[in-house]
Design a protein. Sequence first.
Length: 207
Amino acid sequence: MTSLSIPSQITVKSPSAGETRKTYTICASQKSSILIGVGRSSTLRNFSSRFRMSVDNGGADRIGAGDAVIIVDHGSRRRESNLMLNEFVAMFRDKTGYPIVEPAHMELAEPSIRDSFASCVEQGAKRIVVSPFFLFPGRHWQQDIPSLTAEAAKDHPGISYIITAPLGLHEQLVDVVNDRISHCLSHAAGVVEECEVCAGTGKCKFN
């Protein structure tokens, strides 16, 4: 049995009854909530905000062959916003070298979580990691994404999935936010062009 370090809350699911069963072990010290799904049931339990998850799956404690990642955002009626997720997924795939990485929108746009889940399976995925592209845990992370993913998984018996924590409180986000602030101030001062996010909007200016 090997271990995978996860910094925050996640949702995990094992295959349905009658299929090969994986064992999930959580070791904790301080309390926080985690939703664990096994088969058709889910249980809300209290665990540490920092814990180790041991998976009896032949030692696959990282992304490898047979694994896929779905990066899911909220989704927007604005086409340009949805295309940004595609660009991020391409960047993520190139940087990590993960074999299967797909974008998904929780609502309002395609591909949906169901579509991307199916796409991953078609590409040979046996385990799917659903990574919410959200800042903080809320209803979408607690309820909507787990529900939509569970529905998608029903079409693919034997495929395991795990829903990771959202971005949350991470030191590297400080650098990202500060970089955005610095760039916008530089643009407002006429030093640089608009960034790729604000391009054409004219929003980076003092009112």
